[in-house]
Design a protein around this ligand. Sequence first.
Ligand code: PEP
Length: 231
Amino acid sequence: MKIIAANFKMNGDREFIDNWFQNFNADTENLVIVGLPPIYLESSVQNFNKSNIKIAGQNVSKFNNPGAYTGQMSSAMLNDVGVEFCIVGHSEAREHLCEDNESVYEKYNCLKSFSITPIVCIGESLEVREANNHLHFISDQIEKFSTNEDKIIFAYEPIWAIGSGLVPTQEEIEEMSSHIKSYFSQQVTVLYGGSVNSKNSSEILNMNNIDGVLVGGASLNAEEFANIAQS
Ligand code: PEP
């Protein structure tokens, strides 16, 4: 079983999401996780959660206790409405919301304290890759997690591959997933994300040490995403 995760980002509305789930053919043995905008999480959990389809948040507060954090959503709130997975550390959140490795780790711990499974996104810029610093850069991003005993899900998403149509070579993806896994004594799940579509998904899902994919743009089309989930 692989994990096939969708990230809708800030796309869609109620009607779009209803239609998407109506058109999505969930006939797969893989676990499908759909990351939705926060306002649609509760109704989507009620209407669309199944044993092999789970609704995910796309971000969460780094603060665990209720308080004066205007505009934020806590892990307790996600848990309250039945959300079982949540993306943290997406490069777009790191860029636009100024998130750093420390805050991503805090978010991870908040989610864990409510038994929500975090999907921790990591990935280097093109500049870092071209300087051949990518392994070191990823080590920095995962270092805080290394003493952790839990089973962790990382999504390796090179920033230069997100929404660009560029996909790293098989060797580059396998090098990174082995690097991430070798950092931990316990079992770690590594997804690949960045310009995944139904044409390249089988090849990626067949790679050594890749346990699934995280899909942005191509996940918005239910038929396309079903083809990925069934590949
Ligand atoms: C993402 O944003 O998580 C992502 C992988 O995007 P895309 O599939 O569009 O590259």
